[in-house]
Design a protein around this ligand. Structure first.
Ligand code: NAD
Length: 269
């Protein structure tokens, strides 16, 4: 029975990549709290992913852990197969897994470049492509959601803000921006909604060194004055894939405490 609360996700199944930590973890928890069954993807050791599963189950939800390196085509396809075998057809996919390998341009190796593009951009392509195929194969399930499927990419403010010494990362997120918009345009007529979230500085493992080295410097870039929590993003993802946001198609929701307002210009630049 479908809930009358448009923000609920009861009866739906979701897959979140890179969900054993940080924003992916918080998104998996938020999706589960809204009623979805969630496949928690991890790349290496299952321990952290199993902890996320246990937390979701403790709160009365349903979750499973599924292994895959999102940059590997065969592993992505197998992950979707396992998730659907165990949870049923997927309604929601969040492509979240991402890495940074920072270096000045003269020191950035081809391996550093390829690693970031492979996980962040090629991984988004592989996960996005498989999500669309699975949504199509599933068909509409009446009373569950207005959309046939919902796909969310985890981008970054750096899809628009240039980032010196991080050209591989910024290029990957700029790529996700037009991957998302082009794909949204391609599949919207089938009832599939493709969108993105663009977090600013969120306290996770990906930036722990930057935050330890220069927390006050980062805060100066955030007009709202605080570094974000993973839950700030998780809540938005759960809402964005719900029927409460059913008319949002091909958009990036910036959640950055105002970082993309170019705060350096506040005092006349
Ligand atoms: P995180 O390091 O906690 O999460 C990244 C996750 O991706 C980890 O669980 C990691 O195991 C997983 N992962 C890495 N490579 C993988 C692969 N090949 N296959 C499967 N999983 C893989 O950091 P986070 O901040 O939560 O990052 C999540 C996403 O959020 C990333 O795409 C990142 O670019 C984006 N983001 C983060 C911030 C921030 O400030 N933390 C800001 C903007 C965007």
């Amino acid at each position: 029975m479908a809930s009358t609360d448009l923000a609920r996700l009861d009866g739906q199944s979701a897959l979140v990549t890179g969900a054993s930590s940080g924003i992916g973890r918080a998104s998996a928890m938020a999706l589960a709290a809204a009623g979805a069954s969630v496949a928690v993807n991890y790349r290496g050791s299952p321990d952290e992913a199993e902890e996320v599963v246990a937390e979701i189950e403790k709160a009365g939800g349903r979750a499973i852990a599924v292994q895959a390196d999102v940059s590997k085509e065969d592993e992505v396809i197998a992950m979707f197969g396992e998730a659907e075998d165990r949870l049923g057809p997927l309604d929601i996919v969040m492509s979240n897994a991402g890495i940074q390998k920072d270096a000045a341009i003269g020191e950035m190796s081809l391996d550093d470049w390829n690693a970031v593009i492979s996980v962040n951009l090629t991984g988004s392509f592989l996960v996005g492509r498989e999500a669309i195929k699975r949504f199509r194969a599933k068909g509409r399930r009446s009373g569950v959601s207005r959309a046939l499927g919902k796909l969310v990419f985890d981008s970054s403010v750096h899809q628009v803000i240039p980032w010196a010494f991080h050209v591989n990362y910024a290029a990957s997120k700029g790529g996700i921006h037009l991957l998302m918009r082009s794909l949204a345009q391609e599949v919207a007529e089938e009832g599939i909604r493709v969108n993105a979230v663009a977090p600013g500085a969120i306290a996770t493992g990906i930036n722990v060194e930057e935050r330890e080295e220069d927390a006050s410097g980062i805060k100066k870039l955030i007009p709202y004055g605080r570094i974000g929590d993973p839950e700030d993003i998780g809540r938005i993802v759960a809402w964005l894939v719900s029927d409460a946001a059913d008319y949002i198609v091909g958009q990036t929701i910036f959640a950055d405490g105002g970082m993309s307002l170019y705060p350096g210009f506040r005092g006349n630049g």
